[in-house]
Design a protein. Sequence first.
Length: 501
Amino acid sequence: MAVANPGKARLNVGQRFALTPEGRLYRAAKDGDIEGVAAACAEGAKLDLQHPEFGSQPLVIATLNGHTECVHYLLEEKADVEQRNKFGWTPLLSAASKGNLMLSGYLIARMADIQVQDKLGRTPLHNAVAAGCDELAKGLIEEKADVNARTKDGKTVLSIELGRPKREGRELENMLTERMGLPFPKGYVKNMLQDLPPSFALLFPGQGSQRPGMLGWAEGHETAWPMIEKASEILGYDLFDITEIGPQERLDQVDVCQPAIFVAAMCGLQYLKEQEGRDQSDAAAAAGVSCGELAALCAAGCFDFADGVRLAMVRGEAMKAAAERHEKPQKMISIVGLTDDEVEALCEEVVSQKGGVCCVANRLFPCGVAVSGTAAAVDAAKQMAKDRSAQKVAELRGCTGGFHTELMEPAAEPLRLHLLEMVKTGALRSPEITVYSSQTGERWLPGTPVASIVDGLVQGLTSPNQWEDTCRAIIDDGVEFFWEIGPMKQLKVFVALGVQG
């Protein structure tokens, strides 16, 4: 009786690929074996074929490993200088990610596209700055690389540069600010960050932190109560009555909870001043999650309380209207215990199988994210996350829209028009203290053009929040402790988890 060869039967796709000319070419390119590269090419190996398991081509893997001779040989053999691996990386993006000045220069000389973006929107300039290779970054800038390009999560090259560990030289920072047309004198940005006194940052929660009784302490309070009355006058309904009596469903509505959270935050600042003798003027910085960013901007002096209430009202109403424009219901969930990559892959799988919208909406802490989209897709993601051993999966209270996804695009124009009117009347100003934007990943320093704030707030409607990165940036810049101003105490927990992660 014939017996099948068990060894051959167990070969996986990668092992089978290794036996082909393309597999031998990939291995030689990875190892820097120029003779092996030449031999595989002589066999007729296809030059631009991706490895079935690792998703890179010989030219990309040779570049990542710094094998200049192999890169040159493959290009002479007519390998595509713009080929992309599974992450969207070209050879130039790969070389820049390693800070490889020589290989990057060679690829540029071979007409590689310096404006190319990977699947996350990163350019060679983003990668060079992140790798800490100032000479390559400056060279790319001289070659007219786009200094204003943003990644898909809103990061500019300057925001990455400012997030790097502090060091002596500021030449790259100054070059970026000049090319971006920002009105900062040389060295101003780093001076602002390095000269912050050992102090505290103000943190403001967003939607989901609302709860009945959140303003009960302020009834009759000398300074907070007039603020609540003023807010009710602007809103056209009794805000205190809704927060105290309910119903909960009304408080959870996006057009109500956003002004309520803003008012609670501003009243909380008054309490901080009275109880601790400190207020926003003593803070090193401020930051907020989603609609909490409005409170952070108000605390930083960007607008007064009444204008902040109006802005929160407009934002909430615009987001509610955007959600209601879609026939399909929407929702948000939190997932704890899966990596960002695992959740991203999960969302992509759900959309491919079920359709609809399902995206990461907020990166809260390591292995802790919020997912947003159409309800059917998000429900499928919820079940899939449980099946893949997530530690915790929960629906977010009151989040009945596909917030921070493309579903909020209809809300962008009403918000932008309101913000531009604030700019026109002088109601929107540059911050007096640094605001760390969780919506764009940038620092809005004193003197930041208000147009940047307008763009950031509008962009934040459809882009994921980067709370984890925001917390790390604040800590890296030397802030020593935090005051969380809001109904619940989740953000400081997220900060602690981010530090531990």
